[in-house]
Write a protein that binds this ligand. Structure first.
Ligand code: ADP
Ligand code: MG
Length: 676
């Protein structure tokens, strides 16, 4: 209540108290219930013992209150009884058209309205960042940091237990909010991953979104029976989905705020080329190395551009990039100022980093010139970001604050500068896939689902449009030989037995069978050793690069497709990329670009290059097919051999969900909860 009525916040709305016994609180009238408040109520902020809140919520519904924030804890977070209480409150709220924030939350702040309906101490500075935080204390920590670095917020929202409104609702509200330029989110859990993904993908096109996803432990990792399940862990899926939506993902809270603040102050980095102006050769080299390690470049400037910059530098300075202004400190303002202007206006670089170190940081004339040049450039319409790398003493602090107040980010030391600048670059949010996915019928394998036979799995993957090596199932020695003769030599013979997962581990794959007698011998061998009387006979593909394609259905993000380097070393390499399905060829190409071993695809050691466009179209086709097969739990095509003949799947495994689960999924669409 004190937060709401504090005069310095400038809140112009009316604040009244509702209390069962008191008639006055903090010199304001207190009413017995919400319905008694004259003129009605726009927002209820509820701080009451948990047991009383069901009645308070009845009162909110009766009083036609549109939104209520329940700060109080003691609900679902405490166990089963708390959960029941929380469900009762939500039911009352839904029935009465009351939207809820909380319970068990930090609350809501709107700086422009001067509204501090939170547990926070004081108001943060006003600015363009909307912060959603799942942790209340974090909201407060953000304020402290905002004072340190003059970071300004438009809104701060915490939804606590997310009983009604959740991170996606708030994200949508931030997206539509004209006062919010940048969205920063600290997420511990995402309730409906697919819904969040769709919203973020739409919003990220017009507003930067920066996310810190905590709770990345692998505690929830299940015993992995497929390569896809082992490699596409929940964490990896979440992070891939966030990036696919066009979100900038950071690893820690301070970086979350720094990147958001930099994007609020400066345009995002578009391109890779960075110019550096420094009074320290050593720092210039250090920051160049750090930028390059993050995929950015510090290109040598063209002769004409160097010629334009050189006249202001001493003869022993360098105009090549990094620009070295040397120690001629009397000329610092002019050297920093005119080279900054020339670099902002040139089309040879995409961002400029003035390094202000020691004396250049101390000189207020340098600060003046940097501020003036950036302002002049913006007035000319130049959209190139300028980030200062700051290595200054306490005595220079006033200059740093002036730069920040002028909207110029000042990062401490080169590593931080390189990190924040690189993270401010736009990430490729993918286009939504428009093609309507074909519905694929669930194979009839009983209500419990489970792993499919190779025969069925190959037939289905061929239906998905992937090229499959010709195969036959054989139940005897004679059948195996006949199959080999039909398929044509050389052939491969594989043990086919339920529960046999990694066939080659137990000697269940016999390669290079060139004659009928070899096939017969191989049949006897797997039959005797592994007790497999049913075998799979395949035509042997020519050697090539072994790839993996996989898919799984994530409980919250829905269908996910994986592509990468495969073969028997797939887990060891761990070199895969993931995307939520369905997606298009362009997105599939981006997946291939992400692989560490992508050089293998462009042909090496005498191997022909792989047709990336064809591979991308296969991956995109698989993603379409998966999206239409909600009964599919897991799929591994490993390896898909890429050779001079093209691509061919030689091994595939598929697991199908239990029937009831499948039906439940088709009812609710993506398998998530009903959007509210
Ligand atoms: P598993 O993964 O169960 O151990 P695979 O069927 O993937 O068994 O076979 C293991 C390896 O054998 C593959 O990675 C591939 O190198 C090779 N291989 C299997 N089938 C063929 C085939 N039809 N043509 C060429 N090589 C094959
Ligand atoms: Mg395999």
């Amino acid at each position: 209540m004190q937060n709401l009525i504090a005069p310095q916040t400038g809140f112009r709305g009316e604040v009244v108290a509702v209390h069962p016994k008191l008639t006055e609180i903090l010199d304001r009238p207190a009413y017995a219930n919400l319905s008694a408040v004259p003129g009605g109520v726009d927002l209820a902020v509820i701080v009451a013992p948990p047991g009383e809140i069901p009645a308070v919520m009845e009162d909110c519904a009766a009083g036609k209150v549109p939104v209520a924030i329940i700060i109080t804890g003691g609900f679902a977070e405490t166990g089963a009884a708390g959960r029941v209480l929380e469900e009762r409150i939500v039911a009352t709220a839904r029935a009465g058209d009351v939207r809820l924030i909380g319970p068990n939350c930090f609350g809501v702040i709107s700086t422009s309205a001067g509204l501090n309906a939170s547990l926070g101490i004081g108001m943060p500075a006003r600015g363009g960042i909307a912060l959603y935080t799942q942790s209340g204390a974090y909201g407060m920590a953000a304020f402290t940091q905002s004072q340190e670095d003059l970071i300004g917020f438009s809104r701060v929202v915490a939804c606590g237990n997310k009983a009604d409104l959740d991170e996606t609702d708030i994200l949508r509200a931030f997206g539509e909010d004209p006062e919010t330029r940048v969205i920063a989110m600290l997420l511990e859990s995402i309730g409906d991953g697919r819904r969040f993904f769709e919203a973020a993908r739409e919003i990220a096109r017009c507003k930067p979104i920066v996310v810190l996803k905590t709770g990345r432990g692998e505690a929830g990792r299940r015993a992995a029976a497929s390569h896809t399940a082992a490699l596409a862990s929940d964490t990896v899926i979440t992070l891939s989905a966030l990036r696919q939506a066009g979100i900038r993902v950071v690893d820690d809270g301070l970086t979350l705020l720094d990147v958001a603040a930099a994007l609020d102050r400066q345009p995002p980095l578009v391109g890779h080329r960075i110019a550096i102006i420094s009074n320290s050769g050593g720092t210039g080299v250090e920051i160049s190395d750090l930028l390059e390690s993050r995929g950015l470049q510090v290109p040598k400037l063209s002769e004409p551009l160097q010629a334009a910059i050189r006249p202001v530098l001493p003869a022993y300075g360098s105009a090549a990039n990094p620009i070295d202004v040397t120690t001629e400190w009397r000329r610092f303002p002019e050297m920093y100022g005119s080279s900054l202007a020339a670099l902002i206006d040139s089309d040879e670089v995409d961002a400029v980093v003035p390094v202000l170190l020691q004396r250049s940081a101390l000189m207020s004339e340098v600060t003046d010139r940097v501020i003036a040049e950036v302002a002049a450039a913006r007035a000319r319409g130049a959209q190139k970001p300028v980030h200062v790398c700051w290595v200054g003493s306490e005595a220079a602090e006033n200059n740093r604050r002036r730069l920040l107040a002028a909207g110029i980010p000042c990062h401490f030391w080169p590593a931080r500068t390189a990190q924040v600048l690189a993270l401010s670059a736009a990430v490729g949010g993918s286009e939504p896939r428009v093609a309507a996915a074909r519905r694929i019928a669930r194979p009839q394998i009983g209500v419990d689902g489970g792993w499919l036979s190779s025969d069925l799995a190959f037939a289905l993957i061929a239906d998905a449009g992937l090229p499959v090596t010709p195969w036959r199932i054989a139940g005897s020695r004679a059948e195996a030989i006949a199959a080999a003769e039909t398929l044509g030599f050389p052939v491969v013979l594989k043990a086919e037995r339920e529960g046999l997962i990694h066939k080659s581990d137990s000697g269940g794959v016999r390669l290079g069978l060139v004659r009928a007698v070899a096939v017969g011998e191989a049949y006897d061998d797997v039959a005797n050793r592994l007790g497999a009387t049913t075998v799979l006979v395949q035509r042997q593909a020519r050697p090539g690069v072994e790839l993996v394609l996989g898919a799984r259905r994530d409980a919250t993000f829905g269908p996910v497709v994986m592509a990468g380097l495969g073969g028997i070393w797939v887990e060891t390499l761990g070199d895969v990329a993931l995307r939520l399905a369905p997606f298009d060829e362009e997105e599939a190409l981006a997946m291939l670009d992400e692989l560490k071993g992508r050089a293998l695809l462009s042909g090496s050691r005498g191997r022909p290059a792989i047709d990336r466009a064809v591979l991308a179209s296969l991956i995109a086709r698989l993603s379409d097919w998966i999206a239409g097969a909600p009964w599919l739990e897991e799929l591994d095509a490993n390896p898909v051999i890429a050779n001079a003949d093209g691509f061919v799947v030689v091994d595939v495994r598929m697991r199908v969900s239990a029937q009831s689960h499948d039906q439940a999924q088709s009812r609710s669409g993506t398998g998530g909860r009903t959007p509210s």
